[in-house]
Design a protein around this ligand. Structure first.
Ligand code: KIV
Length: 271
């Protein structure tokens, strides 16, 4: 709490101090008001309105179809729920790759229309100019390297990235370029733990991993995976804290039965 009694917000500076003090950063994805409120209330440091909304909310096979307008809709719902955590929003595929001006316009729309606290985008040196332009306008940028789902058709597989030394060196080079360009933080997805450790040690900005091992500065999971709402996705890096797919299914079956048996509503549940 601050001296005024209101809840103290997590900022990009908070994350930087956490790295310096060795406190791990917790981050989850969120896409709607009700879930974001629970996660924020539970003390999560960062919520990411991820373009994984394309998969878990809209049912697409990849993250590519989701639009900037749809991301803004999800971000507005999440922002309304959050009092404490830092809320970062993904720039979706096609909203920033054209040129740095397009990237800036997209980032500004997210900041203005959703009230986000920063944006995330995927890629290495090739997006450095856009990062400079966006941060130059005062918008915090989180980078994303390793498995970058927006490039899935270029790589053709969701396998672990940068296992070979040559690819690992390229990733390290790109991580440094993103830091130099002004990123306040970096997500590393599905890379060897030893490489995650190297990047986190070499960079001064916080490095948050998803399948990047235990030596990075924080961990992120997709909320639907962590809660077991998704069923068929079981990469090694995923720890499921609940099995909501089955629990929600059981509750639904009980509700159906109660309705069919004329058990619901009972005397006390009607006017
Ligand atoms: O969109 C997303 O959920 C992400 C996380 C995997 C980091 O980018």
């Amino acid at each position: 709490m601050s001296i005024h009694g209101e809840i103290k917000r997590v900022t990009t500076h908070t994350l930087q101090s956490m790295k310096q003090q060795g406190e791990k950063i917790s981050m989850l994805t969120a896409y709607d008001f009700s879930m974001a409120r629970i996660l924020d209330d539970s003390g999560i440091d960062v919520l990411l309105v991820g373009d994984s909304a394309s998969n878990v909310m809209a049912g697409h096979e990849t993250t590519l179809p989701i639009t900037l307008d749809q991301m803004i809709y999800h971000a507005q719902s999440v922002i309304r729920a959050c009092q404490r955590c830092l809320v970062i929003v993904d720039l979706p595929f096609g909203s920033y790759q054209g040129n740095s001006k397009e990237a800036l316009i997209s980032a500004i729309r997210i900041m203005k229309e959703a009230g986000a606290h920063g944006i995330k985008l995927e890629g290495g040196e090739e997006v450095a100019e856009s990062i400079k332009r966006i941060t130059g306008a005062g918008v915090p940028v989180m980078g994303h390297l390793g498995l970058t789902p927006q490039s899935i058709y270029k790589f053709g597989t969701y396998a672990v990235r940068a296992k070979e030394e040559e690819e690992a060196e390229i990733l390290l080079h790109n991580a440094n370029k993103l830091q130099e360009a002004g990123c306040f933080s970096l997500v590393l997805e599905k890379i060897p733990a030893s490489l995650g450790a190297r990047v986190a040690k070499e960079l001064t900005i916080p490095v948050i991993g998803i399948g990047a091992g235990m030596h990075v500065d924080g961990q992120v999971l997709v909320m639907h995976d962590m809660l077991g709402i998704t069923k068929d996705f079981s990469p090694r890096f995923l720890r499921r804290y609940l099995n909501l797919y089955d629990e929600i299914g059981d509750a639904t079956k009980r509700f159906i039965k109660d309705v069919k048996d004329r058990d619901f509503p009972n005397e006390g549940e009607q006017y």
